[in-house]
Structure formats: C-alpha cells, structure tokens
Design a protein around this ligand. Structure first.
Ligand SMILES: *[C@@H]1O[C@H](CO)[C@@H](O)[C@H](O)[C@H]1NC(C)=O
Ligand SMILES: *[C@@H]1O[C@H](CO)[C@@H](O)[C@H](O)[C@H]1NC(C)=O
Length: 491
C-alpha cells in the first residue's frame, strides 16, 4: 500500500468514526450514566439534596445521628451516586457501624460535628468509591485507623483541627492510594517511626503544621520517597540536624516556618537535591553554616529567611545556589552588607527582600551582578543615601522598588528615583505608584517627597521640576502612614 492510499484509508476511517460519534450523540450513547435524581425534599429533611454533574450533593447541617440515619435510609432505596455527602455542624459524637451501608459516596465530609469516634465498620462499605474523606474540626484524639483501613481508593484524608496527640505505627495502613494527608492543628507531640508505613508509595503532600513537635520525626518521614510537599510550620522545633530529611528525595517544597530553629547546620538539607522552595521564616535563626544549603544547588529557587535574627547576608552559604530567584531576608538584624554579598548567586535573583533591617549603607558595587532583579524592597532601614551608581546596574530590570521609611537625605544622587518611576510608568500603564518615600532637605530642615525634590535649589540640572514641599500638617498626619509598603506595585 502506498502513502496516498494509506492516508486515504486513515481519512475514511476518520469519517466513519466521526459519523458514529455524531450518530451516538444524536441517538443517545448506549448505556449513559443514568441521570441522578434527588429524593423528595420531605423524605430527606433536614438534609438538602442538589443534583451535580457527577452525582448528588447532600448537605446535612445542625442535626443529629438519628435524622442523618433516617435520611441515609431514604437514599439507600434509590442507590444513587452521592458525589458529595457533607455533614457539618452536627452533633455526631460517634459514627456508628454500617451507617453508610449500601451507599456509593465519593467525597465524605464530617466537619465540626463533635466527632470523637468512628466505629470500625462505619466506613468499611465505602472502600470502592470513596476518594476524599474530611473529618476536620472534631474531637478525635487518635487516628481512627481501624475505620480507615478499608478505604483503598482514598486520595485525600483531612484530619485537621482535631485533638490527635500521637500518630501510632501503621496508623494509615491500608490507604494504599493516599496522596494528600493533612493533620494541621492537632496536638501531635509524637510520631512513631512506622507511622506512615503503608502510604509511602503514593503520598505526595503531608501537612503536620500547627502541632507540638519538638523534633523532625525523621524515622517516620524517611520512608516517604514520593513526597513532594512537607509542611511542619508552627510547631516547636528547636533544632534541625544533618540526616533529618534523608529519604525524601522527591521533596519539592519544605515549610519549616514559625518554629524555634536557631541555626542551619552544615548539610542539613543535603538529601533534598530537587528542592525548589524552602521556607524558614519566623524562626530564631542566628547562625547559618557555610554548608547549610549544601545539596540544594541545582534546584532551589525560593528561600525565605525573614523574621529571624540573622546579622548579615549569609553569602557563603548562598553562593552555590545559582538558581535562586527569590531571597527573603526581611525583618532580621542585618546592619552591614559586604561588597560581595551577592557574588556567585545574584545573577538569577528576581526578588530581593531586605526591608525591616538595620542597613545604614549600601556598598557601591552591591547590585553589580543582579542582572535579573525585578523587585527590591529596602524600606524600613537606616539608609540616608542611595546613590545612582549603586542603582545603575538594576534600573533596566526593576519593576518594583520600595525605599520608603529610610532617613533619606534629599540630594542630586537620588534623582534616579523619580526618573525610574517615570520609566516604570512609561513601560507599563498599570504600574501605579502607591507610596512616596520622603527625604530631608538639610539646608531647610524640611521634608520633601523624593519624586518632587526642589531640584532647582539643588543644582542638579533638572530645570522643569517644580518644588513641592509637603505641607507640615500633612507630614505629621503621614508620619505613621509612612510605614508604607511598595512604592510601585503591579495590579
Ligand atoms: C460548629 O458547630 C456549632 C453547632 O454545632 C456552631 O454553633 C459553631 O458555630 C460551629 N463552629 C464553626 C467554627 O463553624
Ligand atoms: C542586632 O545586632 C546588633 C549588632 O549589630 C546587636 O548589638 C544587637 O544585640 C542585635 N539585636 C538582637 C535582637 O539580637
């Protein structure tokens, strides 16, 4: 068969297929899913039923087990697909065995319903269909492992806002397909070494935030080699150690924010070679070892170190991170910046947060290699001068800059700022200027907005700029309002 005839064949087959599909649509495809129908409202009151694309959506609020059981009885008669069963704000201290027997439920929510116990057989009949289980905001003190173990199709399990104190070994056994497990805001102190045995193959996201952990549960986590996102923020972790994250080779995002970590020791993240985002803000970090980020060289793009107690830009540790785009060092105790602070890794930075530090002086070559910088936040420091020479290397790429809340002195060397604002406006109409940095004109001992410095009094050569002193009352009014955010911001 030659090419012409084979393409003709493909063509005719396509037409035949198209005709078949079309005919099917016209005549109704064979065996379509039967349209789901809600029971009479009276029959399932106080629950409410609506028809959704993939099945029924049943909502039962502020009622009790007796009423819910009765409503479930009505539904059993019709054996519909219940795509969502949402039980909220009920009084349901105990979920009885077989309450959902003969029902096909895909997403089950039992939220804020005083639930403290789930009997072993309460959910066992749902194993074939249930993909999401949300039992958040209840009174559970342990993971209801016996009740969960038949849910072999479950993808998402939400146990947030309960009172779980310990995750026992094999707590999630049987949940072979589980991808997302969230235990946010419990009272977890201990996670036993085999706690996640059984879910290690598929688990992608684990949220242990808002608990009482004092150490990284290293043993338990070490088997989670498919995990992509780990959240352990808002615990009481005081230190992290080399080996703590061993085994989690797939991790893409690690959130350790708002703990009590005081230092980042050498090699602590060295197993996380594909980590993209590391959040360490809101700890008590003072010391970052020069090998603290070792192993993260090839993939780390987002590093959040704000709200710590760092004294200087941890350049030695950062230099190998040649993919770093977003560096957040806000609200630390940085007073001095070394000339080579960004050498080695500055090229890739697009976002740099240095606000709320104690920076008095920017070395002249500081931004020399920051060729991609788009956002620079240096507000709320002690800068009195930001000369043009320093800014020159980044004015082409900058889109957002904030220099407010610095004790700036009005001077010709600051004229780059109004020019940059004008440039930004010309580049993008939507670029609006929100906050105005002010500077002090020493000879007059008077404040001006940097945008409207009286250039003719300053001999800078800008002839058209007209003076526009800020009225003193407005200044006073604005003294606090000058705790301003982004000068230019994109909407
Ligand atoms: C939880 O449910 C109770 C009723 O049982 C209700 O009064 C309360 O507002 C609900 N709380 C939240 C946070 O929804
Ligand atoms: C901040 O750094 C200075 C030295 O630069 C030091 O004297 C001061 O104690 C530090 N503040 C805190 C809260 O550690």
């Amino acid at each position: 068969m030659n090419i012409a005839s084979s393409s003709l064949l493909v063509y005719s087959v396509t037409i035949v297929l198209f005709t078949l599909v079309y005919a099917n649509q016209k005549l109704g495809a064979p065996n379509p899913q039967p349209q789901q129908i809600c029971p009479e409202q009276n029959d399932i009151a106080p629950c409410i039923c609506t028809v959704k694309k993939n099945g029924l959506d049943i909502l039962c609020e502020t009622t009790d087990l007796a009423h819910i059981t009765k409503s479930m009885g009505t539904l059993k008669g019709q054996s519909p697909i219940i795509f969502y069963l949402k039980l909220r704000h009920n009084n349901l201290p105990k979920l009885q065995g077989f309450v959902f027997l003969a029902l096909d439920i895909r997403h089950l929510t039992i939220h804020n319903s005083s639930l403290a116990a789930i009997e072993e057989n309460a959910l066992s009949s749902l194993g074939n269909g249930l993909t999401q289980l949300d039992v958040s905001q209840n009174q559970m003190k342990t993971v209801p492992s016996a009740a969960l173990k038949h849910l072999f199709r479950l993808l998402i399990l939400n146990l947030n806002h309960n009172k779980i104190g310990v995750i026992h070994n094999n707590a999630f056994e049987g949940l072979d397909t589980l991808e997302i497990l969230t235990l946010y805001e419990n009272k977890i102190v201990t996670i036993e070494p085999e706690a996640f045995r059984g879910v290690e193959k598929k688990l992608k996201r684990l949220n242990l935030g808002g608990n009482d952990l004092t150490v990284i549960p290293q043993k338990a986590l070490s088997i989670l080699d498919s995990l992509k996102k780990l959240e352990i923020q808002e615990n009481k972790i005081g230190s992290i150690h080399e080996g703590d994250f061993a085994g989690m080779e797939s991790l893409d995002s690690l959130i350790l924010a708002h703990n009590m970590i005081t230092s980042v020791p050498a090699n602590v993240f060295s197993h996380l070679s594909i980590l993209n985002s590391l959040e360490l803000e809101g700890n008590k970090i003072e010391i970052i070892d020069k090998d603290g980020f070792k192993g993260l060289e090839e993939n780390l793009q987002y590093l959040r170190l704000g709200d710590n107690n760092i004294q200087s830009i941890p350049s030695e540790a950062l230099r190998p991170l040649h993919r770093l785009r977003h560096l957040d060092l806000r609200n630390n105790n940085i007073s001095f910046i070394q000339e080579d602070a960004f050498t080695g890794y500055g090229d890739s930075l697009t976002f740099l947060n240095l606000q709320k530090n104690d920076i008095k002086f920017l070395p002249s070559m500081i931004f020399e290699n920051l060729n991609s910088l788009e956002t620079l936040n240096v507000q709320n420091n002690k800068l009195s001068h930001i000369p043009q020479d320093i800014m020159e290397p980044i004015t082409d790429t900058l889109r957002i800059i904030d220099i407010t809340d610095n004790p700036l002195i009005c001077s010709c060397e600051l004229t780059w700022f109004p020019r940059l604002l004008q440039d930004l406006k010309n580049r993008d109409d939507e670029m609006a200027q929100k906050n105005k940095p002010a500077c002090l004109m020493p000879i007059e001992n008077r404040q001006y907005y940097v945008q409207t410095m009286p250039l003719e009094k300053m001999n800078c050569g800008g002839k058209n700029a007209s003076p526009s002193p800020i009225p003193q009352n407005l200044l006073r009014m604005n003294a606090f309002a000058l705790s301003i955010f982004t000068v230019v911001s994109r909407f």
